[in-house]
Design a protein around this ligand. Sequence first.
Ligand SMILES: NC(=O)c1ccc[n+]([C@@H]2O[C@H](COP(=O)([O-])OP(=O)(O)OC[C@H]3O[C@@H](n4cnc5c(N)ncnc54)[C@H](O)[C@@H]3O)[C@@H](O)[C@H]2O)c1
Ligand SMILES: CC(C)[C@H](C(=O)O)[C@@H](O)C(=O)O
Ligand SMILES: [Mg+2]
Length: 355
Amino acid sequence: MAYNITVIPGDGIGKEITDGAVEVLKAADKKFGLGLNFAYHDAGGTAYDKFGTPLPQETIDACKASDGVLFGAVGGDKWDKVDPAKRPEKAILGLRKELGLYANLRPVKVADALIEYSPLKPELVRGADLVIVRELIGGIYFGEKCESEQHNGVERAWDLENYSVPEVERIAKLAFETAKLRRGKVTSVDKSNVLATSRLWRRTVEKVAKDYPEVECNNLYVDNCAMQIAVKPTQFDVIVTGNLFGDILSDEAAVVGGSIGMLPSASIGECTSLYEPIHGSAPDIAGKGIANPIGTILSAAMLLRYSLHEEAAADAIEAAVDKALAEGYRTPDLWKDGFTKVNTSEMTKIISERV
Ligand SMILES: NC(=O)c1ccc[n+]([C@@H]2O[C@H](COP(=O)([O-])OP(=O)(O)OC[C@H]3O[C@@H](n4cnc5c(N)ncnc54)[C@H](O)[C@@H]3O)[C@@H](O)[C@H]2O)c1
Ligand SMILES: CC(C)[C@H](C(=O)O)[C@@H](O)C(=O)O
Ligand SMILES: [Mg+2]
């Protein structure tokens, strides 16, 4: 059996962290005889510089033809002034759309070894284990937009939010199915006290909930949810929400676990699935070799589990990450006195050796 994996390093720390994840995947391949083949493709600002587009057709085709995509990150100040249609971020948005990746699963689990790194008190974070199910190809991200127009003598811009019932139904079903395999609770997050799209979201989720009587379902407004994540993260099992709210809440939830560099994600849908850390290209630390590769390494483990169904290899990678942390190895984002400070490639090697 052989598997073809498309690797898209992207920009900033993208190369450092995907190099780390590929090295760990190679260690798993060696141990479990998976038959992994890796093919590298361009996207983001790097692709824009080379080809004048952040998402070459060849990259899209390669993703569609492969068994799984490992994505680093895109973006950076260098491209802030380019035509908005050609910004590096358009690469990941375009790939999500092209691959029909309607659901983004962002699991937040606080490793025992990292409890004291959380900005929250240890007694609040101990046992926190939730997954954000973010709708990924709809909402305001993909609605009609206007960069600039004159309206009553003043300049304005606008972005249109819209959601259809089928779009909400499919993400809601996935959230309930996910909850059935976990602790059986779904929290749907919206802003239905203000937004029409949120009112449609809420009534659609409530309709889907009727098909899952064994799953407890509650609703929260997004502003309250943001507060509740900080007040009592252990109350959540599955959070289902739209594209924009999911983006914001997942960065907040990530740091409950100590560092945004730790959080992986899986984007699934109609075609090949894509795996990426939730963080960005971190221009402030790019090129220094100090980025935390764990979010990407755990994304690679999700690729093995969900796309290749190689459970044992995925388990081995996750256990190796836990072991490296338990033994006290830390990249600078998580380092404190008394622990061993390591850089990206050292952390990668330590995890690979423990696979
Ligand atoms: N999926 C993606 O490709 C993606 C996701 C988010 C942001 N971005 C892009 O990345 C660029 C920078 O955005 P930002 O600064 O708002 O967010 P960011 O996630 O890149 O960085 C936020 C902060 O977290 C730190 N950080 C992030 N990942 C880290 C890691 N692995 N190890 C250690 N520290 C880490 C950074 O150093 C920075 O201080 C922007 O162009 C943005 O559009 C891309
Ligand atoms: C880079 C950007 C388009 C992206 C998003 O907003 O979805 C990122 O923030 C993420 O969380 O994956
Ligand atoms: Mg984000």
